[in-house]
Design a protein around this ligand. Sequence first.
Ligand SMILES: Cc1cc2nc3c(=O)[nH]c(=O)nc-3n(C[C@H](O)[C@H](O)[C@H](O)COP(=O)(O)OP(=O)(O)OC[C@H]3O[C@@H](n4cnc5c(N)ncnc54)[C@H](O)[C@@H]3O)c2cc1C
Length: 396
Amino acid sequence: MSNTADVIVIGLGAAGSAALYQLARAGISAIGIDRWEPPHAMGSSHGETRITRQAIGEGQVYVPLVLRSHEIWRELERETGQRLFEACGVLIIGAEGGAAMHHSRSGFVLNTIAAAQAHAIEHDVLSIEETRARFPQFALSGDELVYFEPGGGFVYPERCIAAQLAMARKLGARMETGSQVTAITETPGGVTVQAGGATYHAGNVILAGGAWTPGLVGSNGLAPLTLRRQVLHWFAPERPQDFAVGTFPAFIWLHGNHPEDSFYGFPIPDDLGHALVKVADENQSRATADPDQLDRDVRPEEAAEMHRDHLVGRIPGLTLPQVRSAACLYTCAPDADFVIGPVDGMERITVVSACSGHGFKHSAAVGEHAVRLITEGPAAAIPAFDPRRLSAIPQP
Ligand SMILES: Cc1cc2nc3c(=O)[nH]c(=O)nc-3n(C[C@H](O)[C@H](O)[C@H](O)COP(=O)(O)OP(=O)(O)OC[C@H]3O[C@@H](n4cnc5c(N)ncnc54)[C@H](O)[C@@H]3O)c2cc1C
């Protein structure tokens, strides 16, 4: 078998599986390489569910990506017969009239409403009374701004990755899993990749290594990216019927002005065989130096803290003890925007670091965008995601 292709995709998680699928769809020869067997629970794409919403409060530059991703998930559902995207509605609750911050954006709910209006996305701004009547599971204090988007909801990340890899393989892409990339070298005519004792050659590389990407680049171009351990918890409600899809939405609740005054959660998925509600908060401050040293054990105190800081007085139907927990990694840019494009001095290596805690919903389209960067060049670039901007951002 030839170890040469037009494009090598390194990392087959959310972004890499999407890129491999899009390369195969476009008839471009491609080899995808992953160190584990994706979908797996070692990176940033595990834990059953990810919120998706169409009006993006992180910035309107993201709206076309999420709308395109929704189209791709639906297309993949038709191709594979798998349910990938549950449009069960998403509720965003913002304290203090919507001024609260999320993913480094203040006025997150206001930004979301502005994005919905600008892009004609169906939504409702609910009064406190309407919210209480429609979603009595949430105990509002009364000063919140509440946004509801019926076309939002959640996706199943492991299924999305598996579906894209299955389709990529069916369309002719080659996959090497259980094979760790140890070196990526630009040569005058292309790129050479060392992985699992073999050498691969391609015209271009898409580097989608998630939390391992900064280490794989081998220069300090991505030094401002920081890794942050995140923890997910599953609770068993006494009344599961109150948290079913169709009754309870996916939600984000920003209950204060500190970046960590927020949490989010999901309804009970219909077909995962359990009756558990997943909730999580966000660590925005403590960095993890090495993804291989991630502390994957979640202590009971972490669930107790999450419950005390966020759930008590807000979602009374969810009580301790939690049933299970998991740890996961965010790869965060200082401005919380994505990093997509070549890094300095490596024009044939397109880095795709689409995380900062909000990347999954966009990932199907991000894969397509990465392929366009290779086939169309800089004209296809989205300036907000240019890796070179990182050098101008003061490090925290
Ligand atoms: C707890 C948590 C909750 C989140 N919630 C949401 C949400 O609700 N909505 C949302 O939109 N986003 C959410 N996100 C963000 C989203 O999940 C991530 O942006 C996305 O999953 C990142 O995908 P990725 O492809 O960059 O990384 P990954 O999916 O981790 O993929 C990286 C891949 O690279 C491989 N790799 C690494 N090193 C090597 C190597 N040397 N050789 C070969 N392969 C290698 C890994 O094995 C892995 O498969 C959340 C993230 C976390 C952690």
